[in-house]
Design a protein around this ligand. Structure first.
Ligand SMILES: Cc1ncc(COP(=O)(O)O)c(C=O)c1O
Length: 546
């Protein structure tokens, strides 16, 4: 056999052609761009002002160049048989696969450049208030990717999935200990899904008792998902005004109270980053009409190991595992918003529930542990039913459990304490430069107002965009709605003092620019791959295919 002969893909060599592409032209038409020429952009085609519209990294198909190869198969050392002799004719391609021909370095560089076009939490501080974008230890990703977890099929019968069931059971148990709730259901796929499930449980409770309720009360500082979930569950929303101290008070709650109130949906710490000081009194008032206290527990990062929602009078709550417990929020990946309930609501939780059949004490001998079995229980006549296929997003649960075990009780408490310390430190650094609408100690996040800068013609949005030029992700802006020109900053516990100082420096520099050279701030970002986008169009007029 001819040792130099390369294997072919079929009787006839298929040459990959680009989709609508041309062979590459090493000599692009027109004058060659010169370094430093503002029209040329940099090596990535980025316009130096960042205002040039257009794509900054070509598609892999556009990089196609006939003859470029990323892979050279080894020389043939078996008999050369035409592929048509091996594969039935109806399964053979009749035309080229239309894959791009690109050299290996080009592939590596293309995807490396793409991977770093966006800002992400592994690049730097991401102080997006209400999103808890903290650094998540990589070891938890590795644990979740262990083949025993990763490759487990959701249809696997319980007898062959005992490890996974045990993990879910123990995670739910840990969440009960952290929050004081009696039982957790891990099924909801996000915080908003947890809210909806919780409201369905609230409705089932009132139906079961024959209570005539049609209204849920929500403070004006609430996250937008709260009223949406309440509405979806069939309740009317009545907004209750926060007091001058940023918290809900007994007087305004009583004004909105009636026998028709099914629940109060409260976030604590609230979205202003403040602890709801009157929570015990609020719970008493709501319980007086057999209403339920719902906690939006998405901000649990600030309470871990310090305070339990059950002790504050909450009957039902959700957590965001993809904020507090080691999965990034907003990463586009799966999330998890487990729902916890007090004893009186357990019967209404979704099915299936995981039941431990033996070995109930924590002091088990290895033999007892061996006998311990976990089963799926669908027998719950008052349950609201299934709210997710199978058991929810399992990989997120594995990460959360690994995170909880690796930190332990003391570690979790230090997460909360350090997130509070970091937020108060940063707030003190920034307070001289911005309006501080609620000037008292905050929890894990705080809200500033850009009113002073607005008076000089620069909006909060401009400040947020300018931060991108200085190497930071922007904070949340224009939320909560009750603060004019709001900047909501959540540094999280994973940032060092040095990083907080750098962030404060950047904010101070922007404030100085607002005073001296406001146009720079108004045009920002100037150094990112693309400049100001039409965000409305980007959200509503999606181009999802090439
Ligand atoms: C206070 C609060 N409630 C609810 C949610 C909704 O969570 P999700 O985005 O997972 O639906 C968030 C999200 O960040 C939040 O910050």
């Amino acid at each position: 056999m001819d040792k130099e002969k390369r294997p072919e893909t079929g009787g006839e060599r298929l040459s990959a052609k680009p989709v609508g592409g041309q062979p590459c032209n090493p000599q692009p038409p027109g004058p060659e761009p010169r370094i430093g020429d503002p029209a040329a952009g940099d090596s990535l085609g980025r316009h130096p002002t960042g205002t040039e519209p257009g794509i900054v990294e070509p598609l892999i198909f556009e990089l196609h160049c006939e003859g470029h190869n990323s892979f050279s198969p080894p020389l043939l050392d078996v008999p050369d048989v035409p592929v048509a002799d091996l594969i039935p004719a109806h399964l053979l391609r009749t035309k080229a696969s239309e894959l791009p021909e690109v050299s290996e370095p080009e592939v590596v560089r293309h995807f490396t450049r793409l991977s770093s076009l966006n800002y992400h939490v592994d690049k730097g501080m991401y102080p997006l208030g209400s999103c808890t974008m903290k650094y998540n230890p990589k070891v938890n990703e590795e644990v979740a990717a262990l083949p025993g977890f990763r490759d487990l099929h959701p249809l696997c019968p319980p007898d062959a999935a005992q490890g996974a069931l045990r993990l879910m059971y123990l995670l739910a148990d840990a969440l009960c200990r952290i929050t004081g709730m009696s039982e957790f259901c891990l099924h909801p796929a996000a915080g908003a899904h947890g809210e909806l499930t919780g409201m369905m449980v609230v409705a089932a409770y009132h139906r079961d008792k024959g209570n005539q309720k049609d209204t849920v009360l929500i403070p004006d500082s609430a996250h937008g998902t709260n009223p949406a979930s309440v509405n979806l569950a069939g309740y009317k929303v009545v907004e209750v005004k926060s007091g001058a101290n940023g918290c809900l008070n007994a007087a305004s709650l009583k004004e909105a109270l009636g026998d028709n109130v099914a629940a109060l949906m409260l976030t604590n710490p609230n979205t202003l980053g403040l602890f709801e000081e009157d929570v015990l009194r609020l719970a008493e008032i709501i319980h007086s009409v057999d209403g339920l206290m719902y906690l939006d527990g998405a901000n649990m990062n600030a309470l871990l190991g310090i305070a339990k929602p059950a002790d504050m009078g909450f009957d039902v709550m959700h957590l965001n595992l993809h904020k507090t417990f080691s999965t990034p929020h907003g990463g586009g990946g799966p999330g998890s918003g487990p729902l916890g309930v007090a004893e009186k609501l357990r019967a209404f939780l979704p099915v299936p529930r995981i039941r431990r059949e033996e070995g109930r004490t924590s002091k088990q001998t290895p033999k007892q542990k061996e006998k311990e079995r976990f089963a799926l229980d669908f027998n719950a006549p008052k349950s609201i039913g299934m709210i997710h296929s199978f058991y929810g997003n399992f990989a997120v649960m594995v990460k959360a459990y690994a995170y909880i075990l690796s930190l332990g009780g003391e570690g979790l408490e230090s997460v909360a304490r350090e997130s509070i310390l970091n937020a108060n430190y940063l707030k003190a650094l920034l307070a001289p430069y911005f309006d501080v609408p609620y000037d008292k100690p905050c929890m894990h996040e705080f809200v500033l107002s850009g009113k002073r800068q607005k008076a000089l013609g620069v909006r909060t949005l401009d400040i947020a965009k300018r931060l991108l030029d200085l190497g930071f992700h922007a904070p949340t802006v224009y939320f909560p709605l009750i603060v004019e020109e709001a900047l909501m900053i959540e540094p999280t516990e994973t940032e060092t003092k040095r990083e907080l100082d750098r962030f404060a420096c950047a904010m101070k520099a922007i404030v100085e620019e607002v005073e001296r050279t406001p146009d720079i701030v108004k045009q920002a970002p100037l150094t990112t791959p693309v400049g100001r986008l039409d965000e409305g169009k980007a959200a509503r007029d999606l181009r999802l295919k090439w």
